[in-house]
Design a protein around this ligand. Structure first.
Ligand SMILES: C[S@@+](CC[C@H](N)C(=O)[O-])C[C@H]1O[C@@H](n2cnc3c(N)ncnc32)[C@H](O)[C@@H]1O
Length: 291
């Protein structure tokens, strides 16, 4: 989200950078607060193409700042946190640039609409080791929601095949029980920390509670609600990360039921459509003690 956005003059790398610097000097008082700079072209954010204009403008801003206001250049932080101002520059078109500077005190109110990632886009690097690209969804969820599955913990992966999510948990040192109708990738089937069980994701339950439930089964939201209800209400896990998938438009009726369930059974929960989600949401949380 851009708060109190304003437009900037200029179209070349140099003139846009000069306009950005002028706005920063005007709006960030001396001594300058910690601040962070996100520059992006919304049309190019998720194409994955090498696109240099935002990067070149960013470099030019730093160069000009070092000449004109060294203190501002020094106060620039590489990442946005709860203490930093966020300056966003949106390259909407070659001759149309918008800018916004959001102070830290507005972050709490805007937290659902602001992101520490440039344009909210989370770039999970490619990795040839996991057997499917679905691994990106779980790695992103772990990063964005600050999850911490750890060595020695246990997890159940419902609808696990070919094993991207199981791979992510096992490489973090967890022991995984993978439930699917089809076996996992051979390397995971041979992994001593993976137990594959042929079973039905909708009815299979562990004999003892596990640390994590992860579930990426392709089904309708009402059936995902059923899985969550059983696992959370009966406390079969401590933490969970589950995708809720849609066919066509979102199923708000069942989403509201899921939210109600999470409100009543968890210590905390969160959920959103991640960069690596397609027509689905990821919901995560920790079950409340005694829920
Ligand atoms: C999107 S894939 C999971 C991908 C996996 N998370 C990964 O990272 O590789 C969904 C899986 O759910 C499984 N599935 C669908 N219905 C199931 C059921 N009733 N019981 C067990 N597995 C099921 C499918 O066989 C499929 O492997």
């Amino acid at each position: 989200m851009l708060t109190h956005a304003f437009s900037l003059e200029g179209s070349s790398i140099k003139t846009v950078a000069q306009a950005v610097v002028a706005a920063l000097i005007e709006r960030l008082a001396e001594p300058p607060p910690a601040w962070c700079l996100h520059i992006y072209d919304p049309a190019a954010v998720d194409t994955g193409e090498e696109y240099s204009r935002p990067r070149l403008i960013h470099q030019e801003v730093i160069t000009i700042l070092k000449q004109r206001r060294r203190s501002l250049a020094k106060a620039l932080c590489p990442t946005w946190s709860s203490q930093t101002h966020l300056a966003q520059v949106v390259l909407a078109a070659p001759t149309l640039t918008f800018m916004s500077i959001t102070p830290p005190e507005h972050q709490q109110a805007l937290r659902a609409n602001m992101s520490p990632y440039v344009a909210g886009y989370v770039d999970i690097p490619d990795d040839k080791a996991p057997p499917s690209r679905a691994f990106k969804k779980l790695r992103e969820a772990i990063e964005v929601f600050h999850l911490s599955p750890k060595r020695g913990e246990t997890c159940v992966d419902l609808g696990a095949c070919p094993g991207g999510w199981t791979h992510v948990m096992v490489e973090r040192g967890l022991r995984a029980t993978a439930i699917d109708r089809s076996p996992l990738d051979d390397r995971l089937m041979r992994n001593k920390n993976v137990t594959f069980l042929k079973g039905d994701a909708f009815t299979w339950l562990p004999k003892e509670p596990v640390s994590w439930l992860i579930c990426d089964v392709i089904t309708t939201p009402d059936r995902t609600l059923g899985i969550l209800d059983t696992w959370l209400s009966k406390r079969h896990c401590s933490f969970f990360c589950v995708t809720v998938k849609f066919k066509g438009t979102p199923d708000f009726e069942n989403l509201l039921k899921i939210r109600q369930l999470l409100r009543t059974t968890t210590r905390w929960y969160d959920g959103k459509q991640l960069t690596n989600n397609k027509n689905e949401l990821t919901v995560v949380g920790e079950i409340a003690p005694g829920a």
